[in-house]
Design a protein around this ligand. Structure first.
Ligand SMILES: Nc1ncnc2c1ncn2[C@@H]1O[C@H](COP(=O)(O)OP(=O)(O)OP(=O)(O)O)[C@@H](O)[C@H]1O
Ligand SMILES: [Mg+2]
Length: 483
């Protein structure tokens, strides 16, 4: 081609080589500006990621994620069977009625994609005829399509599915500073606690100026959930809890965190630790009773059953359905019974053991059945919970509505802990990383279940809390505080 030809190429008539040459400086300048802007964006993005991760997430990370979610939504719905239809799925073919999938599926609406500090949340609006189950099953597919750590699906609301998109595992970060802040933070003002006993005793205790428990005292903040909220063990919502976890998975650490919270409140704490008292010994100064073997456990539990019966009579006399309906000056103190290593109560080696085990476990079951309304709550922890411990275990489990499953070694324990209430949580519990301690799958209020991590309270911090609250330990009738 020679300069001066009328057209540079047949497809671009009018574009001559001379013209092109005259544009070159402008093209160069625009290219340089674009390159400079890109470099600037990369530098700003890196800087923000380092200095202000939240701003970085809102300006860069989230818009990209949102784009990816929108772009992949159609393919995701088609591949993971999330589509609905607005046409009949049956039709007539000659004399036959045929059933099939319509060629034109309708996508459920993905809406309200909002940035959060852990990633994002979104809502899917279901079409009539759609159910949430396929969305629960597609959580893994969504996580892959959007290249995020995990997607949690909450189906509590009718007609819509809520998504929590987690860009990274928020539970594996180093939270030593947070733990320190947690231990020194002022969750509740320590208050004097009235002793418990007959109506007269409660009244007498209260005139001593003690504070009366309210349901909010039963809520213990024990760590962080993966959606960024606090992890709480709320005995007002779930009166009894089952905690399972292999050795060194974090059961005692979790119990320590809860006890440290309740210690400062008008709550009586009772320990049943048939490992010779090794696990609950640090709590001893704040405990109203501590059983260190099965015989002692059977006695302590029997006294607590007697206490629930006294409370029951009191409620009946005053026409109350639970202790919270009693007048404040007559309300007995709530009791939290911590059982560390459930199997030690059930396992029997000899005939003599059998009677003792039966007495202890029967009383435990009675407490679980009666205690909820009468302010007696159970936190039952064990390494392994299986039907082989005895038929009473399944009956007990049925009463323990709050469930926490840390890392466990056997499938049956995961199934026993979560399988009956949250079948879709079993897989999440089996995937808990053994290298990160204290991670659990737990019952959560509205979300059904969620992953969470307990706060680690160093031994000296726990001792400080226990010693500073030891004077608050109420005296329970028939029980002697540990020496
Ligand atoms: N949430 C956590 N954060 C950091 N470290 C933790 C956490 N939970 C547990 N750990 C670590 O794991 C160790 C073992 O935890 P813990 O004693 O609570 O286990 P366990 O389940 O009670 O074990 P065992 O069944 O043997 O009594 C703790 O000493 C602590 O170092
Ligand atoms: Mg332990």
């Amino acid at each position: 081609m020679t300069p001066g030809m009328p057209g540079f190429a047949p497809r671009f008539p009018g574009v001559t080589l001379e013209r092109l040459q005259s544009w070159l400086p402008t093209i160069g300048r625009v290219g340089a500006v674009v390159a400079a802007v890109v470099v600037l964006l990369v530098v700003v993005s890196r800087l923000l990621r380092w200095k202000a991760p939240r701003v970085h997430w809102c300006l860069f990370g989230f818009p990209l994620l949102r784009l990816r979610m929108r772009h992949s939504w159609r393919y995701l719905c088609l591949n993971a069977d999330l589509t609905g239809t607005d046409r009949p799925t049956t039709g007539q073919l000659g004399p036959l009625l045929v059933k099939g999938r319509p060629i034109m599926p309708v996508l459920p609406l993905l809406t309200r994609i909002r940035p959060r500090k852990f990633g994002a949340t979104a809502v899917i609006l279901l079409h009539p005829g759609q159910i949430p189950d396929p969305f629960v099953n597609a959580a893994e597919a969504m996580a892959h399509a959007w290249r995020v750590h995990a997607v949690r699906v909450n189906t509590a609301q009718r007609g819509r599915v809520r998504l929590t998109v987690l860009t990274a595992d928020p539970l594996t970060t180093d939270r030593i500073a947070e733990a320190a802040a947690w231990a020194t933070g002022p969750p509740t003002e320590p208050a004097a606690v009235p002793s418990t006993g007959s109506a007269a005793t409660y009244a007498a205790a209260d005139t001593g100026g003690g504070s009366v428990a309210v349901p909010a005292d039963l809520v213990a903040e024990v760590g962080h959930r993966e959606d960024g909220q606090s992890w709480v063990i709320d005995l007002a919502t779930f009166p009894h809890w089952l905690v399972t976890g292999a050795t060194q998975s974090g059961k005692s650490t979790l119990i320590n965190a809860a006890v440290a919270r309740w210690a400062a409140r008008p709550v009586a704490l009772v320990g049943i630790d048939c490992k010779g008292g090794m696990e609950l010994a640090p709590h001893a100064p704040r405990l109203s009773a501590l059983a260190t073997d099965r015989a002692e456990a059977a006695d302590v539990l029997a006294e607590l059953v007697a206490e629930t019966q006294r409370r029951m009579r009191l409620c009946r006399q005053l026409g109350a359905r639970n202790i919270w309906q009693l007048p404040a000056h007559l309300r007995p103190v709530p009791v939290v019974v911590v059982v560390d290593e459930l199997a030690e109560l059930y396992l029997v080696a000899s005939r003599a053991d059998k009677d003792e085990a039966l007495r202890a476990t029967t009383n435990l079951l009675r407490l679980a059945q009666l205690g909820a309304a009468l302010g007696v709550h159970l936190i039952v922890a064990g390494q392994r919970v299986g039907s082989d411990l005895g038929p009473g275990v399944t009956a007990l489990r049925a009463q323990l509505a709050g469930r926490i499953c840390l890392r466990v070694n056997d499938e049956e324990t995961v199934d026993m802990t979560l399988g009956d209430l949250y079948p879709d949580a079993v897989e999440a519990a089996q995937q808990i990383d053994p290298s990160v301690k204290g991670i659990a799958v737990t019952t959560a209020d509205h979300a059904g279940w969620i992953r969470a991590r307990s706060v680690y309270l160093p031994p000296d911090a726990l001792t400080a809390v226990i010693n500073s609250t030891a004077h608050l330990a109420p005296v329970l009738p028939g029980l002697t505080p540990p020496a």
